[in-house]
Each structure stands twice: as C-alpha cells, then as structure tokens.
Ligand binder design. Structure first.
Ligand SMILES: [Zn+2]
Ligand SMILES: [Zn+2]
Length: 492
C-alpha cells in the first residue's frame, strides 16, 4: 500500500474561530474569503461574505464586494487571496462540480496563484457540530484542475512555533504590542529582519528608494529585489518571518510626512493609522502601541535630525545609527524621555554646527564599506533597541539594561585598529589608555556619557531639547518639526 501523506492546510486559530462564528453557525451555503501572505501560505485572514447569494444548494461569492476588499484593504498590506471557505449540507462532504468549475475560473485568471484553498464547512446549524474539511485545488494541464484533501493544521498562533526558542530571550507578549518606525531601509534591511525575529508586532518602514544593483554589495538585498521599493522588499521578508507582524511600508521620504500624519503612525491603534479623523488626544484610550520607538537609519543628516525632533515632540524614544567613512567606525545615538538627560542634538552638537555654519553636506555613502561593518553596527543597534523597548518591563535580561546605560547615549564602535590615523578618531586610545594593549585591537564599543547643552555646561541651550535635562519638557514645543530651530525659545 502506498501511503501518501496529506499536505497540511495551515490556518490560525483566530481564523478558525471567526469561520465557526459565521459560516459555521448559519445553515449551509454561506461562505467567505481566505487571505494570507503568499510566501507562507498560512491562512491568517478571513472575511465573511455577508452579501453572498444563497440558493440553498450553491454558494456564489459577491464578486464585486470581494474585489473591493482585496484591492482596497488586503493587497496594499501584502495580503493575497488564498481561497474560499463555504458550507455544504451535512451529507455532502466533497467539492461539487460547480465548486471545481469556480476554482478553474479563479486559477485561470490568477497566473501567480499555484493553488486555491477551498475548505468546506459542516455547519453547527445543520449538523450540531462545526467541522472544517480542507481541500486544495491545483492546475493539472490545460484548463484542468486536481482536487486534493488536505490535512488540517491549526496553529494556535504561527508564532508559537517561530518564537519557541526565544520565549525567554524577550518579553514576547510585550514586544507584540510595541511599534518600531524605521526611517531608512537600506543598511538597516537586515536589522529589520532581525527585529521581526524578536516578535516586535508592529513595524512601519519609510524609505523612498528602490533597490539598485550597487546595493547588493553593501545591504542584505538580492538580484531578484532590484527595481522594487526597498520598503516592499523589507515588508515581504518581515511577513515571511512573522506572519502575524503588522507591517506598514511607506515608499516616501520622511520630509513628505507631516507631524499630524506622524502622530498617527506613532500612536494610533494599528487599524486607525490611516484614519485622518484620529486625533492625538485619542491616544489616551490606550489601545495604541504600548511603546513606539522611532529609528533614524539613513545617511541623510536632515532626516536624522528630524528624527530627534519628532521623538522629542511626541515624547517617544529614538534610536539613530550611522556608519563612518569606509565603515571604519560607527555611531549610535538614542534618547529615552525620563532617562537620558541629553538629546541626540546635544550629543551631535558639532555635526549640527557644521551643517548650519558651513552648509555641511553629509557625503559619507556606503562606498568602501565592508558588509561586516554594517552587520556589526546592526547587532549593537539591536541590543539597544531591546533595552529601550523592554525598559520598565522587569524582563530579566533587558528590563533594566537601560538603567545601566543611563546617560551614555552616544556609543561609538571601532572597526579599524588604526582609527586614530585613518579617521582621526582618538576616543578609543584615550578610553583604553591604562588598559592592557596586548589584549586589545579592534571591535570595541565606547559608551560615552552625554550632558545636555546648557550654559552650566558651557554651551548655549540646545535648540531642540532646551538642555533642561528632562526630555519630557520638550513635548509639544515644536510648531512644525520639519523646521530645524536655531535657538531654544524660553517658556512664556
Ligand atoms: Zn460547494
Ligand atoms: Zn538637546
């Protein structure tokens, strides 16, 4: 006897519950549409087709309504049609000829679709007990299809398996409700992938660029990505890692996002991000993200500077990173209101002065940067992101790390033993002056304490944070964060 294992039909418990509560509780011949990310094939989305026509013997989806759902709501988020679920009368546990003809038609007009799921429901209203019988329909030759019974595999949550080995490494429940907004998806591409592997539940990615051939040498992109928006490439990988992550790709530059839109991106509950009626005070309802971390991951100075202002304006933490010339060193700056006394502008005072006084243009590109430099920076950036996101959670590893980092919110990494000569950066030599040099060479980080810019520290007040030592006092102080202020306006 030849035993052929049935292929699994993977569906999340949430979707099964929704089907049971709708299709499964009406008499037969009701139905709905199934969706998910095409790379995984796991059914993660369901929409009950309320307006379908029931004749008692057949189920006919409302095509116009479903097309609209796909085009307006699912496709922009990367969710694709995976199949249809409908109910049959209790005695009829197979697909009908009509069902097969319907499947043939769907497969004929969707070339990229390899298989259509057509699970059947035995409704509790008919038989007293809800049952789901999965079938898959594939093409077999010209205008023919093959129907195969599949093995039902309900994943309590796909993530239970995905995150099995890191269930102690992070506070998964907490991270699921955290949001990260990444400005820049180039060198940070791999970092974002790793972030998805920690289970961060909501990720917004902003970048106007498309993948070019020259990016392949310095970023984790592939030949097959060339020509696509970087944010789309990242989004599809993130969903391929965590099918339940909510990912919002924005192929635009930060400049194109005004403060009101940013407020929604940062605080609104996920399903209200696009809702122009949502207002900041609505954040008090606490159904938005538990914590939002804004990341400046570009080599554009103006964008990095806006990140600092946005984080101050909305009282959220920020994390920025930059590779120095030829990847010989790198820098991370971050802020956490209530923890770090200095903002990123205080920490990067010289760079701002160059920019304002001499029309400084950042010409550091990734030219000559070994991929390892980017990867090295990304790893440390991840640790700091975990410290910021877990702060106050009591997690044994990351819950108190930020307290220990404290005011050291400028971190530099040495990736060239001759940094003092090549870039003129001597902080490592100074830091390790009394250390055993025979045991040191390269690949170290220095964690540099930062004081807020104010007269007591021999600097004019920081125009962004005011140098008060409490970043929360800068909340709501900007008219428009798109404008770089030149001086701090004393409170009236
Ligand atoms: Zn049917
Ligand atoms: Zn400042």
């Amino acid at each position: 006897m030849i035993f052929r294992a049935r292929r699994p039909f993977q569906i999340t418990q949430n979707v099964v519950d929704s089907i049971a509560a709708t299709v499964g509780s009406f008499p037969a011949e009701r139905g709905g549409i199934l969706g998910g990310y095409p790379r995984t094939g796991v059914v993660t989305h369901f929409h009950f087709d309320l307006s379908s026509r029931q004749t008692g013997a057949t189920y006919s989806p409302n095509a116009q309504h479903l097309t609209e759902l796909l085009q307006k709501h699912w496709n922009p988020r990367g969710i694709r049609l995976l199949g249809f679920v409908h109910s049959h009368p209790p005695s009829f546990r197979q697909l009908s000829t009509g069902d097969k003809v319907y499947a043939e038609r769907i497969l004929a007009v969707n070339d990229e679709m390899k298989e259509l799921y057509l699970p059947l429901v035995m409704s509790a209203a008919d038989s007293g007990c809800f049952e789901l019988l999965p079938f898959g329909v594939t093409r077999s030759g010209e205008r023919k299809v093959t129907v195969e019974a599949m093995k039902l595999m309900v994943t309590a949550s796909v993530s239970n398996g995905v995150f099995e080995r890191v269930s102690e490494a992070y506070d998964l429940e907490w991270l699921k409700r955290c949001r990260v907004i990444a400005v820049g998806a180039g060198g940070a591409n791999q970092w974002l992938n790793s972030l998805a592997r920690t289970g961060v539940g909501e990720i917004v990615v902003v970048d106007p660029d498309k993948v070019e051939l020259k990016n392949i040498g310095t970023q984790h992109v592939y030949l097959s990505d060339v020509g696509q928006y970087k944010v789309q490439v990242v989004a599809s990988r993130l969903r391929d890692i965590n099918a339940e992550a909510r990912v919002w790709p924005i192929p635009a530059s930060l400049e194109e996002i005004d403060d009101e839109t940013f407020a929604r991106l940062a605080m609104a509950p996920w399903d209200q991000i696009e809702d122009r009626e949502w207002r900041l005070h609505a954040a008090e309802d606490r159904s938005g993200p538990r914590r939002t971390l804004l990341c400046g991951l570009t080599d554009n100075f103006e964008a990095q500077a806006r990140v600092n202002r946005l984080a101050l304006q909305f009282g959220i933490p920020s994390l920025s990173a930059q590779v120095y010339r030829e990847g010989r060193a790198a820098e991370i700056t971050f802020t956490m209101p209530g923890v770090t006394p200095a903002c990123q502008r205080c920490a990067l005072r010289n760079r701002y002065e160059h920019f304002l006084q001499r029309g400084f243009k950042n010409n550091v590109t990734s030219n000559g940067t070994p991929i390892w430099s980017t990867d090295r920076l990304n790893a440390l950036k991840g640790e700091i992101a975990m410290a910021i996101l877990h702060h106050g959670t009591g997690h044994s590893r990351y819950g108190h790390l930020l307290d220990r980092i404290g005011n050291r919110n400028l971190i530099q990494v040495r990736m060239d033993p001759d940094l003092a000569e090549t870039l003129g950066l001597t902080v490592f030599d100074r830091t390790f002056a009394g250390a055993d040099r025979t045991r040191l060479l390269t690949d170290e980080a220095v964690w540099l304490p930062q004081e807020p810019d104010r007269p007591e520290n021999n600097y004019p007040r920081c125009p962004d944070c005011g140098g008060t030592g409490d970043l929360r006092r800068a909340i709501g102080r900007f008219q428009d964060t798109r404008v770089m202020p030149l001086k701090w306006e004393a409170e009236a």
